[in-house]
Design a protein around this ligand. Structure first.
Ligand code: HEC
Length: 156
């Protein structure tokens, strides 16, 4: 092997190591994002990573968010519920907020919303949801971002 080919080989291996290292870092960042769901503003938010269309299905389906927050997040679009369930929801104090009105909302980060959905909020109607996968939660966060966006576009 000449010195030249050896040099080229070494360069090639170095490049491989460099690329492998890079993708490992990217992978770690993605994983971090899944867990913290966009806690750091410098990184992509969960809304960028999630699929709002699938989030909508979770919201109006498995997540049963629509029971309290209304179909598609419209507070005046109440689903057909059993009378006792509906009356329990009507009596909630505080009442479920309008997820389309960002000005009336208290949580300001996807991390806080992630926790509110995953862990619930003791003493309120928000009960913990442990059945959603991390992807479903990320998709739901993307859908919530869309609701806020649509809501503020409408008010302008
Ligand atoms: C049983 C009724 C009920 C259900 C079901 C429910 N919520 Fe809520 N949600 C509430 C209430 C009540 C609050 C206000 C809680 C508070 O003030 O702490 C709330 C608060 C929230 C907030 C915080 C809003 C803010 O102020 O920033 C988010 C986000 C939210 N809900 C999303 C969801 C999602 C997503 C689902 C479905 C996975 C869901 N909720 C299911 C009743 C409900």
């Amino acid at each position: 092997m000449t010195d030249r080919t050896r040099g080229m080989l070494r360069g090639f291996f170095l490049a491989c190591f460099f690329l492998a290292g890079l993708s490992a870092i990217q992978f770690a960042e993605l994983f971090d994002l899944e867990v913290w769901a966009g806690s750091r503003p410098s990184k992509k938010s969960a809304a960028d990573l999630g699929d709002a269309g699938r989030g909508r299905e979770v919201f109006n389906g498995k997540g049963i968010c629509y029971y309290c927050h209304g179909v598609d997040g419209y507070r005046d679009r109440q689903p057909q519920l059993a009378a006792d369930t509906a009356s329990l929801i009507a009596q909630l104090n505080p009442q479920p907020p309008d997820l389309r009105n960002s000005e009336s909302l208290q949580l300001t980060s996807d991390k806080a919303r992630f926790n509110a959905i995953r862990e619930g909020h003791p003493g309120t109607g928000m009960f913990p949801d442990t059945t959603m996968t991390a992807q479903e939660l990320t998709d739901t966060l993307a859908y919530l971002a869309l609701l806020r966006h649509e809501g503020s576009a409408k008010r302008k």
